[in-house]
Design a protein around this ligand. Structure first.
Ligand SMILES: [Ca+2]
Ligand SMILES: [Ca+2]
Ligand SMILES: [Ca+2]
Ligand SMILES: [Ca+2]
Length: 405
């Protein structure tokens, strides 16, 4: 006997997590080959960045400058269009718009940096700026030991986030300091904890300097990438020059300016900051809803994560994004349209691109043990997902929708 009974419990459901999450960019984000051309293009289209820094902070921009030619030459096997990583002040020619030295000095000079940031953002000429990033020079650990890191950095940053909600403010850790190692590490820990706990954006400059490109961790390092046996004393090596010597220039790494340090350090700074630009380009307001989708429906400020439900139809903005239903009206819900004309269970439904649809089965609804049957990326057309397996007895089905990273 091959008796099969089945039931569709029906609705498409959105799977994943809604809501804000911190953006923490560190040594784990230095694989530049993982960035896709659409991500890079989206960052160049949507971001207008003001950057305040002095010498150490120039490692980012010097690295970004060298990356253009490195990528053009096929370094790291990159096969992107010419000048994919181009940037300039104003964003002309399709480049990333980065206002270098837009802000005075670096974030160590309080209250200058606060006054400067307000003046800059209040100037109508800078109305398009939607990312502000400030770098440290040497003052982070001094502020920590003086007990002023919160009042002169974290609190003013938080105030800016409140007062300029359309701007993404990027926190940074400062460069390593082998001569004040304990304060340096403690200051970084405080900044990391603040950003992780409060869903902020962090570019972890310091963490990058503790790792070579293979992810090997060096506990005691100087800002020139020297490696020490402990805090202070004499250097016993240099993670950057040793890695450069063991690898091929213009293939594995490239020469570029790198104030106080080695080219490889600025290479890594550039890869990581492009990972940041790509993350911010995708979801600058960090509500878990792709900004291109929000813009298509009226703007990124209209919709939010968590329980936000712009049209009040009982489906949250985030779930509407995953299901690709209409977030501005209660109609046009996505549902299972019917069953495929087959003797096997096969629900049919409309699909969107950029989504993955999965069919789950459950033989015991009371126990609720759902298992995955099959999944496929959406095509923009109707799709049937079939359970081709042999089974006896009862099975219930559901279709899930998710947005891959
Ligand atoms: Ca968003
Ligand atoms: Ca939004
Ligand atoms: Ca809704
Ligand atoms: Ca709706």
């Amino acid at each position: 006997m091959n008796a099969r009974y089945w039931l569709l419990t029906g609705l498409l459901f959105a799977s994943g997590t809604a809501g804000a999450a911190p953006v923490l960019i560190d040594h784990r984000d230095v694989d530049v080959t993982r960035l896709t051309l659409p991500q890079i293009e989206r960052a160049k289209e949507s971001l207008h960045i003001a950057y305040g820094h002095t010498s150490h902070g120039s490692q980012l921009t010097d690295g970004m400058g060298g990356l253009v030619g490195f990528a053009n030459g096929g370094g790291k096997g990159l096969a992107l269009p010419e000048n994919a990583f181009a940037w300039n002040n104003g964003g002309s020619g399709g480049a990333l718009d980065l206002h270098d030295y837009a802000l005075c000095n670096d974030v160590g000079y309080y209250p200058d940096w606060v006054v400067c940031t307000s003046n800059y953002l209040d100037d109508p000429a800078n109305a398009d700026v939607n990312v502000v990033i400030w770098s440290w020079c040497g003052q982070m650990d001094d502020k920590y030991s003086a007990g002023t890191l919160t009042n002169e950095y974290l609190a003013p940053m938080a105030a800016f986030e409140r007062d300029y909600p359309h701007v993404a403010f990027v926190y940074m850790t400062g460069h390593v300091d082998i001569w004040d190692d304990a304060d340096n590490k403690a200051a970084c820990a405080a900044i990391r904890a603040w950003c992780a706990t409060n869903d902020r954006i962090l570019y972890d400059f310091n963490d990058i300097e503790h790792h070579d490109p293979d992810g090997t961790y060096f506990e005691f390092v100087g800002d020139d990438c020297s490696v020490y046996a402990g805090a202070g004393g004499a250097a016993i090596g240099n993670w950057a020059t040793e890695w450069q010597a063991a690898h091929v220039q213009n293939v594995d790494w490239y020469d570029c300016g790198s104030a106080h340090s080695q080219p490889l350090n600025a290479n890594l700074k550039a890869y990581a900051v492009w990972a940041l630009w790509c993350r911010l380009g995708t979801d600058r307001d960090r509500d878990g809803i792709a900004d291109v989708w929000e813009e298509r429906h009226g703007g990124i400020d209209r919709f939010g994560g968590g329980t936000n439900d712009f049209d009040g139809d009982g489906t949250t903005d985030w779930a509407e994004f995953v299901l690709d239903s209409a977030p501005t009206n209660a109609g046009a819900r996505f549902e299972i349209a019917g069953l495929s004309p087959t003797n096997r269970p096969a629900p049919v439904f409309a699909t969107s691109t950029g989504r993955v649809y999965s069919l789950d089965a459950c033989a015991d609804l009371v126990a609720g043990d759902w298992s995955s049957v099959t999944s496929r990326p959406g095509t923009g057309a109707a799709m049937a997902l079939e359970d081709g397996s042999e089974f006896e007895g009862f099975r219930a089905y559901r279709v899930g929708v998710s947005v891959p990273d």
